[in-house]
Ligand binder design. Structure first.
Ligand code: XIL
Length: 393
């Protein structure tokens, strides 16, 4: 799934620059020189990212009728005062990174087929309420983070009951407190070979392709106030793979809208890759326009920038990563249907990419707006500049 897309991109990059930088007495090869040229092309030493004033990302987003937020884990937010302080300062929205999935971490939401454990998510919902943050739910229906009991328990006969009970119970529990739900996550996977592009998940197997519409209808019934979102990744670049996925997602959204499904927005995860040069502003703009023309809003839901193929030098890496943030957001925020920019984490101290996309030279990855000591990086400047330059909603 999301790792596959990075694997594909890795094939596009012949030799990890990080390997080269880390190796002593590395022998330069034409490949490395080629990659070095690519990196040089990505880096502009004269690009400075100046920012006016001291406003936070939350304040700059709010000034334009936008929302900025971040995904954080309960264990981080409840135990690390520094992340809590910075979330309060920088974020207008909080997304529990684990706590509203079926089964992640030490206190999973679904410990057994017959129980729900809301303690961690309730703590985060209370944190959000106490500090005036909006709360976003991620995610009701996904093929990942399923409980260990799922495979031996859920089947053709009872899958609909499990889906109905999960969505009704969880969405009703937070009814009126949630800005938006990722109702269905990552349901498109073209490499599964279906003509409709749907990923072969247990939900598809047991319920057929109507499971997506059913999930949205159940969520709408349980909380008519929540914005209901379809969320996916791999929609960003001018590659044949991303273009095909954009088309498949658009067709899914059109099918859902034609059936009168209560779907309100598309979530674009935007897990970007710093050394991916194939970025077409015009193609991305067209996709956003096509989605908006269905009457849907758009949220950038999980933004971060993988820096594993960049030089180890922090100044160069941070400048390239910041350029990716600003170049992408300057396109995206031109589309007025875009209502939120959410990063998947706030500080490099806590990023899933440390495990999912580590650097070969083992240097700490730097994908997010704040560094591991919560200092604002050029990526922070880039996001701030994008908000400052965005048209008001
Ligand atoms: C990731 C979490 O950040 C990890 O901690 C967890 O181990 C796996 O899931 N797309 C999504 C998110 O929709 O739910 C994923 O989050 C990252 C990719």
């Amino acid at each position: 799934m999301y790792k596959d897309s990075f694997l594909t991109r890795r094939r596009a990059v012949k030799l990890g620059f990080g390997m080269l930088a880390g190796a002593v007495g590395a022998v330069t090869t034409s490949k490395a020189i080629d990659l070095n040229n690519q990196i040089q092309a990505l880096d502009n030493p004269n690009r400075k990212f100046p920012v006016n004033g001291k406003l936070s990302l939350k304040e700059r987003a709010t000034a334009k009728g936008l929302i900025y937020g971040a995904a954080i884990q309960y264990s981080q937010l409840s135990l690390d005062r520094e992340i809590a302080t910075n979330v309060k300062r920088e974020c207008g929205m909080l997304i529990p990174e684990w706590e509203l999935k079926w089964f992640v971490g030490k206190q999973p939401l679904r410990p057994s087929p017959y129980t729900f454990d809301f303690r961690a998510a309730d703590w985060m919902a209370n944190f959000a309420k106490t500090h005036g943050l909006l709360l976003r739910g991620h995610t009701l229906v996904w093929h990942e983070s399923l409980p260990p009991w799922f495979e031996k328990t859920v089947n053709n006969q009872n899958a609909k009951r499990f889906l109905e009970e999960h969505i009704k119970t969880v969405v009703q529990h937070y009814a009126g407190k949630i800005h938006s739900w990722d109702v269905v996550n990552e349901a498109i996977n073209l490499s599964d070979g279906r003509s409709d592009g749907l990923r072969k998940t247990p939900w598809l197997k047991f319920l057929g392709s109507d499971y997506i519409e059913l999930a949205f209808r159940l969520a709408a019934e349980a909380d008519p106030q929540a914005l209901l979102v379809y969320n996916d990744f791999g929609l960003d670049y001018d590659t044949s793979k991303d273009e095909a996925k954009r088309n498949a997602v658009l067709k899914l959204l059109e099918r859902l809208k034609t059936k009168g499904t209560p779907i309100h927005a598309l979530g674009i995860q935007a897990h970007l890759t710093a050394n991916e040069a194939k970025f077409s502003p015009s193609k991305l703009r067209q996709f956003l326009r096509d989605v908006a023309s269905l009457g849907l809003k758009i949220l950038i839901t999980e933004m971060d920038v993988v820096d594993k193929k960049l030089p180890v030098d922090i100044k160069v890496r941070d400048r390239i990563v910041a350029g990716v943030y600003e170049d992408y957001l300057s396109v995206v925020l031109d589309e007025r249907a875009v209502i939120a920019v959410l990063t998947w984490g706030l500080s490099d101290r806590y990023t899933w990419l440390s495990h999912f996309q580590p650097r070969r030279d083992r240097a700490a990855v730097r994908p997010l707006p704040l560094d591991a000591n919560f200092r604002r990086k050029l990526a922070w400047n880039a996001i701030a500049r994008a908000f400052d330059q965005a048209p008001r909603r």
